[in-house]
Structure formats: C-alpha cells, structure tokens
Write a protein that binds this ligand. Structure first.
Ligand SMILES: [Fe+2]
Ligand SMILES: [Fe+2]
Length: 172
C-alpha cells in the first residue's frame, strides 16, 4: 500500500539527494580552486553517487504510480575556511540524510507499506557507508592538522576514488 504521506516524503528525499549532488559539486569547485585535485575528484565521484540515489528514488516513485515533483534547490555554501570545515559539513549533512531516510522507513512501517520499507533498506546500508567515508577522511584531516605535506598525501589518496554505479541501478 502506498500513501500520499509516503509519496510526499519520497519526493522530499528526492530533493535532498539532488541537493546533496549540488552541495558536493560546490565542494568540488572549492577544492579545484585550491588546486587540490584529488579532493575535487573525490567530490566529483560523490556527486555522481548522489545523482544515482536521486535516480533510484525517481524511478521508484514512478514504479509505484506516484508523481515525481521537482522542487527548488537552495544555493549550496560556496566558500569554506579549510578542508576540515568541508568534511565537517559533509559528515553532518550525511547524518541529516541518514535520519531523513530513517524517518521515511519508520513512516512506511507505520503505514504498513512494506514495499517502500524494503526499498529503503539499500539506502539505510548506503548511509552507514557514507557517514563512515566522510568521518574517516575528517579524522585523517584532524590527525595531520592540515600540514601541507599531509594534505598533499591525502589529496593523492583521494584521487584514486573510483565511481561505481550501484548494482541495483545496473539491474534496471
Ligand atoms: Fe545520497
Ligand atoms: Fe550521501
């Protein structure tokens, strides 16, 4: 059973995933302006992943016979004081997204919408990974205290991030 309440929440989540892509594109631009190309690459890959999340929700809404409603995207933060600030904001954003998805999953259970609840399990697992990724890099930044050679080392590490579309998207 699908309800209007769940559809509204899914549309809101679609907007949040698109905003995440926008938010991370701004971070990519910041790092590109700082000549930290590995960090910029990391956020380019992150943006693609967020667009995949949006696509999965877009397809799901259509699949269950709902109507996708695109809303306004607010302007993301453009300037950052340091790489550490970027990752602090990225981590807190991912935590917000996690709680947002958990809220939909809880509401789906209340509405006895087990199909949506099942659909969201992939997102719940993905969010745990997203938080872990951001947190790990943030802890490394704090560890090196943004020392230039440490930053360049981390920049090199982040340049190796590979974009892989989610397997559930490849199946479609
Ligand atoms: Fe996402
Ligand atoms: Fe994310």
């Amino acid at each position: 059973m699908r309800s209007e309440k769940i559809l509204d929440m899914l549309n809101e989540q679609l907007n949040r995933e698109l905003f995440s892509a926008y938010f991370y594109t701004a971070m990519e631009a910041y790092f590109a302006s700082q000549n930290l190309d590995g960090f910029a690459h990391f956020f380019m890959v992150q943006t693609k992943e967020e667009l995949d999340h949006a696509r999965l929700i877009f397809d799901y809404i259509n699949k269950i016979g709902g109507r996708v409603i695109l809303k306004e995207l607010k302007q993301p933060k453009i300037d950052y004081s340091s790489p550490t600030e970027v990752f602090e904001l990225a981590l807190s954003h991912e935590r917000f997204i996690t709680s947002s998805i958990h809220e939909i999953a809880k509401a789906a259970l209340e509405e006895k919408d087990l199909t949506t609840h099942n659909f969201l399990q992939w997102f719940i697992n993905e969010q745990a990974e997203e938080e872990e990724t951001m947190d790990k890099i943030l802890r490394k930044l704090k560890f090196i205290k943004e020392d230039p050679s440490g930053l360049l080392f981390l920049d090199k590490e982040l340049s190796t991030r590979v974009y892989t579309p989610p397997s559930i998207l490849q199946e479609n």
